[in-house]
Design a protein around this ligand. Structure first.
Ligand SMILES: [Cu+2]
Length: 151
């Protein structure tokens, strides 16, 4: 296996383990960990809109940084920003479709109604590509995703 395949395999394991419907933590290992507000190195503003896009869609951070994502929903419908690997995000979106009422609130995500603002504080320990997406049914499928290039 090359490095990417190993990362994918590791990223998928916890998703399968939590296929029962509740998705407790533990799947952040490869994509980062919840950050401490006191350790924020920089703030990045991200907006989400009803065209099913994040702005910016591509973000670059330094390995080792803790980033505060200041997120605003500029649309008329709810949106969310969830940080993870794309495979894990897709699997999670699938769970959301099957169980719309599932508990869905973790440190790697923020869900915002129209006009609301919020934040995610996230630590990126090592270089690699991390994804983010909106997992409200239909949104990721419509292209509501982005990438964080950690160097
Ligand atoms: Cu959305």
């Amino acid at each position: 296996m090359n490095r990417r395949q190993i990362l994918l395999a590791l990223a998928l394991m916890p998703v399968m383990a939590s296929a029962g419907g509740n998705h407790g933590g533990g799947h952040e290992a490869m994509t980062g960990t919840p950050g401490e507000s006191a350790e924020v190195d920089r703030t990045i503003e991200v907006s989400m809109n009803d065209q099913m896009r994040f702005a910016p869609e591509s973000i670059r951070v330094e390995a080792g940084q803790t980033v505060r994502f200041a997120v605003k929903n500029t649309g008329q419908q709810p949106h969310e920003m969830v940080i993870g690997s794309l495979n894990e995000l897709k699997a999670h979106a699938e769970q959301m479709r099957e169980q719309p009422g599932m508990k869905h609130n973790e440190p790697n995500m923020i869900r915002l109604d129209a006009g609301e603002s919020g934040e995610i504080v996230w630590h990126f320990p090592s270089a690699g590509e991390v994804d983010f997406a909106c997992l409200i049914p239909g949104h990721l499928e419509a292209g509501m995703k982005g990438t964080i290039d950690v160097r």
